[in-house]
Design a protein around this ligand. Sequence first.
Ligand code: NOJ
Length: 679
Amino acid sequence: MRRISFLICVAALFCALPAQADDAVLARVASPDGQLLVSVQADAEGRLAYRVERRGRPLVAPSRLGLLLANAHQLDGGFTVASQKTSEHDDTWEQPWGENRFVRNHYRELSLDLVQAAQGGRHMGLRFRVFDDGLGFRYELPVQAQLPLARITDELTEFSIVEPATAWWTAAGERPVLEMPVQRTPLAEVGLANTPLTMRTQSGVHLALHEAALVNYASMWVRKVHGQTLRAQLAPSATGPAVERRGAFATPWRTLTVADSAGGLYESNLMLNLNEPNQLGDVAWVKPGKFVGVWWEMHLQHSTWAGGPSHGATTANARRYIDFAAKNGFRGVLVEGWNIGWDGDWVGSHSAFDYLQAMPDFDLAGVASYANSRGVKLIGHHETGGNVARYERQMDAAYGMYEKLGIDTVKSGYVTDAGTAQFADPDGIGTHFGFTESQEGVDHFLRAVKAAARHHIAIDTHEPVKDTGLRRTYPNWVSREGARGQEYNAWGHPINSVDHEANLVFTRMLSGPFDFTPGVLSLEGSGGRTINSTQAKQLALYVVLYSPVAMAADLIENYERWPAAFQFIKDVPTDWAVTKVVNGEVGEYATLARKDRGGEDWYLGAITDGQARQLAVPLAFLTSGRSYRAEIYRDGDAADYRTAHRFDIVIEQRIVQSTDTLTLHLAPGGGEAIRFTPL
Ligand code: NOJ
């Protein structure tokens, strides 16, 4: 009896252990450098799992795969392999704009055709792409009589990290969507989280969990199910199962970026590579650039979006910003509050925006033509108040009108009151509320981007769905918000914490450009709020937080008050040939160096959290044998974000070469910005 129970225990132990036996492995694929190895396996019931080893050590324990359906038997087991194929791909493509001009796309691929005999021979494909710096996989459903319509309630997809890890994440399903502060917890304590979710294991492996090419599908949240196992949870739909797809389709890629350092995560191009190539053809009409505008003054409550005596978007005020932009070399001027609909409650069901009609004190055509005459572009603005249904009815005509006026960039917004947006019912008559991350939300954002493209307009979405690299396919989707921006420093309860930007670099920024709106040199919000930053850090943010369209957010008078610091904002470009992360730790500090795509200059930005730091920066990124003038904007010796010395900035010049190492002295809450010009 004792012997039998011993045997049962041993058997149970083996069942509980990650399956290792080769007979359970269906297929394997390794990264081009052989360091990452993905195995797909099935248990005795044909339930699928994958596992990942890195340099011979387990990284991801066997993690389940499968889809749950509302209208048919689950795609969760009984699978056998009908066929499998492996291949290798290696090419380099050019971005029309971006952080790097050229991107190498090098991976090994495994594609598996799986069949469920008990379900009438129903097929499901699994495709893995394994890069040197991570992997992506997706489900692929063919056209088949056994499943003409897939109503997907959720996924079984799991990510089970072997080594104890720390995680950085924001809460999902919360209001305001994607704008919760970044939390740092043990991985085992993650709740319902957005992606990218960043992890660092005890031995220093850095991982980022995200998705690529989110198209016609619900956004993926993840939640802890046990131990260090996270499971995908699809953003719910208000009208049915999370996803409905007919015929053949592929899910977005579920991605895991893997690196030895935080910087390695940032430098990975896996996300972009897993998106389809540009579908818009020649996009020379998409123009990166900086802009100023009628914006921060409203957030400070100096003026209003609504009409009346304090209206910000008057013809005269817009012309003032246009003159300032022309004088200082800014490409764009954003004017918010220009159109009908801002009076009263403009959010959600109350929204009555009209995107074709200006307020009486704003001469849209006159202002646009004045801007054009001064070599400046008006940047359009469409706040929807989250009323997608209303916006959809007008957006095509609204983009058409902007196009005629020579406006080529539009900022859109989806401020919601209930945390959910309002969508048209399928009958086209009524409306319902739903998450912007739901399948219908995802569809809307892309529909808007495609409609804008037809009018040669670039889109900068605020309160967006998260970025999954679609700028490769639709390069007019230039930027978005999708995290707490500078605006929280104007009115937030609380404002952004001092480590916020150092968190963003290795979390939100892994997904793509962020319209953070840096450059508030006054370091002042409303109601006596002081921004948790030194002045030098505001400059560094232009290099550190990438966006091809970047705002100089502060009031004109503040730029006039600090002309020397403003010079860096005037100089810094927004389109890059090469980007390198020089150093960084998640939530602590980061130094990035970028080479101007339009010239030979390099720019460097370094930021820190609340701690003062000395960072040694080897200038190896500069061309060897050349001398450069370094224009340095650094924290003064007394600088400290907690005191009046937050304005203490030293601007100085040095001659440097690639063999030099600079020592940066960052103040608490500080930063440093440098422009390197070859002599
Ligand atoms: C929220 C956006 O993030 C902000 O930039 C904009 O000013 C307001 N909505 C009004 O549209």
